[in-house]
Design a protein around this ligand. Structure first.
Ligand code: HEC
Length: 111
C-alpha cells in the first residue's frame, strides 16, 4: 500500500514539474540542433536583424553581451536553453535571438 502511495505521489510531482517549467525553455529545448546554414535558410535577414535587436536589449541585463562568434551552434543551443527563460523572452523572440546567434556563431572548424 505504501508503495502505491509513493508511486502516486511521484506521478503527481512529475506532472507538476512538467507543468511548472517555463514554456519558452520547453519550446526552445525541443528545437533540434541546427547548423548555421540551416538557420540562414529558415530565417530572413529581417528576422535575423530583429533577433540581434532583441539580443542587444535583453541579454545584457545580468552580464555583458557575449559575442555571437564566441560559441559554436551546439554551444549556443545548450546555453540558450538556460538563458532565454532567464531573459523572459517569448517563444518567438527566443527563436529570433537563437537564430541570430547561431547565424553568427563560430564554425566548428575554428573551434
Ligand atoms: C536574469 C539574468 C540573466 C539574463 C537576462 C541572461 N543571462 Fe546569461 N547568464 C546569467 C548568469 C547568472 C550566468 C552565469 C551562470 C551560468 O552559466 O548559468 C550567465 C551566463 C551566460 C553565458 C555563459 C554560460 C556558459 O556556460 O558558457 C552565456 C553565453 C550567456 N549567459 C548568454 C546569455 C544570452 C544570449 C542571454 C539573452 C537571451 C542571456 N545570457 C541573458 C544570467 C543571465
Amino acid at each position: 500500500m505504501k508503495k502505491i502511495a509513493a508511486i502516486i505521489l511521484y506521478g503527481a510531482f512529475a506532472t507538476l514539474m512538467v507543468h511548472c517549467s517555463p514554456k519558452a525553455s520547453k519550446a526552445i529545448s525541443e528545437l533540434p540542433v541546427e547548423s548555421k546554414e540551416q538557420i540562414v535558410a529558415q530565417y530572413s535577414p529581417q528576422q535575423l536583424e530583429s533577433g540581434k535587436t532583441i539580443f542587444m536589449s535583453s541579454c545584457n541585463k545580468c552580464h555583458k553581451l557575449k559575442e555571437p562568434g564566441s560559441r559554436t551552434p551546439e554551444q549556443w543551443n545548450k546555453v540558450l536553453k538556460r538563458m532565454i527563460p532567464k531573459a523572459r523572452l517569448s517563444d518567438e523572440d527566443g527563436k529570433l535571438v537563437r537564430a541570430y546567434l547561431i547565424a553568427n556563431s563560430k564554425t566548428a572548424i575554428d573551434k
